[in-house]
Design a protein around this ligand. Structure first.
Ligand code: RM4
Ligand code: MN
Ligand code: MN
Length: 424
């Protein structure tokens, strides 16, 4: 489905007066509003190709219909999101869920929608049909060299696919670990994983990055071989300058202080990127900001502070990606909500009075520190996010327009009610 520009314009005209009223108030409150709007215009968040269909739980999967049936249709869906919000200008692919048959044609299609390819993701956590060896007991950590080699070769193949598409990073997430005490020799599992990663790293082009994601549990329930940021850091430090840790918000033990993790990884120059989502119990992959918007803001506060301290470019120096799964929402509406929440948290973090905070910290004025942070968090910056969208050519209210235009109904008509997309 094509979303013509005039439809966005006419929606914007309809709601412009209300927007301008809110914006005028926000501009009177936020002195650095112009610079925030410009940073928001530049900021892009990659959409995962595996989140465009309805996710399942182990009890069932309830598709809302019209899901993308091919990589081409997934790109069209991300294109739709991007034309609505002008902030989803990239797609992150999972191989083999999305093997491009004709990379050149896919690249052209993506460019037509204004999209780039963010990190490509390998998959050694599921056995594929016709695969020689099983990953039942792990992939890069496996005690069996032939199995390790199969997993290494797969990652190298994914890099090759990514090169064809113009991607510049590989995300490795391993489900490797063990379910029972004694099942695994931790030291050997670590060594095998490191050696395997070294072989993958050696296949990376010079301008590429390797992101090593960690996860505290699931599908292994006793130990995970890259289980937390310390373990990921230990690997990427050994691998070299092109290797970084990737933080997925849902991959921590309960109550972990993610903002502190982010700050320290940035300080060490080893933070590579993000998988945004939200969760209450485990790796729930819910809409970013749906449960813990204050935490999301605190994370962005550390990101902005830490990136500025290192002179980094907010928009391009880290990989910004969503990793979510939706079982009761329209995936496209859900992704619009995630992007909005991320933009809002980023805008609030840009509004934090850094100088005042630094002084309050130096004076151990704890009350003032809290006031400064919460003042930024409680300031309604939504008009700034909307203004950035408007200036970039997007819709003032993407979800309202999506519904008015009956996008899902149109997709169902085009693709059918039973269309099922690959992924989770
Ligand atoms: C994992 C992890 C990976 C994602 C898979 C589908 O829990 O978050 O990033 O690719 O799920
Ligand atoms: Mn993830
Ligand atoms: Mn996950």
């Amino acid at each position: 489905m094509q979303l013509e520009k005039y439809k966005i314009q006419s929606h914007n005209e309809d709601v412009l007066a209300g927007h301008q009223r809110k914006l005028a108030y926000t501009l009177s409150e936020v002195e650095n509003a112009e610079s925030i709007i410009q940073k928001l215009v530049d900021f892009q968040i990659a959409i995962p190709s595996w989140a465009l269909g309805t996710g399942g739980t182990r009890f069932g999967r309830f598709s809302g219909g019209g899901e993308p049936r091919s990589l081409e249709e997934k790109i069209e869906d991300v294109g739709l999101l991007h034309s609505l919000n002008q902030a989803s200008g990239a797609i992150s692919l999972h191989i083999p869920w999305d093997i491009p048959q004709n990379a050149q044609a896919i690249k052209v299609l993506a460019a037509q929608h204004g999209l780039k390819f963010d990190a490509v993701n390998s998959n050694t956590f599921q056995d594929q049909p016709n695969q020689t060896h099983s990953y039942k007991f792990g992939s890069l950590q496996n005690v069996n060299k032939a199995i390790r080699k199969q997993a290494i070769d797969h990652n190298i193949e994914v890099i090759k696919q990514g090169i064809e598409l113009g991607s510049e990073s590989l995300t490795v997430w391993l489900s490797d670990g063990s379910c029972f005490p004694g099942q695994l020799n931790f030291r050997k599992a670590y060594q095998n994983t490191l050696e395997s990663l070294e072989e993958i790293y050696a296949a990376l082009p010079d301008n590429w990055k390797l992101f090593l994601e960690y996860k505290c549990a699931e599908p292994n329930f006793y130990s995970t071989t890259v289980g937390d940021w310390g373990q990921s850091y230990s690997y990427v430090k050994k691998l070299g300058d092109k290797a970084f840790t990737l933080v997925d918000l849902g991959h921590h033990l309960p109550n972990a202080n993610i903002e502190q993790i982010v700050s320290l990884l940035l300080m060490e120059g080893k933070l590579g990127g993000f998988h945004f989502n939200d969760s209450k119990y485990g790796d729930d992959d819910l809409t970013a900001g749906a449960l813990k918007p204050y935490q999301l803001f605190l994370i962005f506060n550390e990101l902005v502070e830490g990136m500025d301290a290192r002179g980094m470019n907010h928009a391009t120096d880290l990989g910004w990606m969503i990793d979510a799964s939706h079982n009761v929402k329209d995936p496209l509406e859900d992704l619009l909500q995630s992007v909005e929440a991320i933009m809002t948290a980023y805008a609030q973090a840009l509004f934090v009075d850094k100088k005042a905070l630094e002084i309050a910290q130096e004076e151990n004025d704890v009350v003032r520190c809290q006031e400064i942070l919460q003042n930024a968090f409680r300031t309604d910056v939504r008009a700034l996010v909307a203004e950035a969208r408007l200036r970039a050519g997007g819709a003032l209210n993407p979800i309202a327009l999506y519904r008015n235009l009956k996008v899902r109904e149109n997709l169902i008509q085009e693709r059918g009610l039973k269309a099922v997309s690959t992924g989770l």
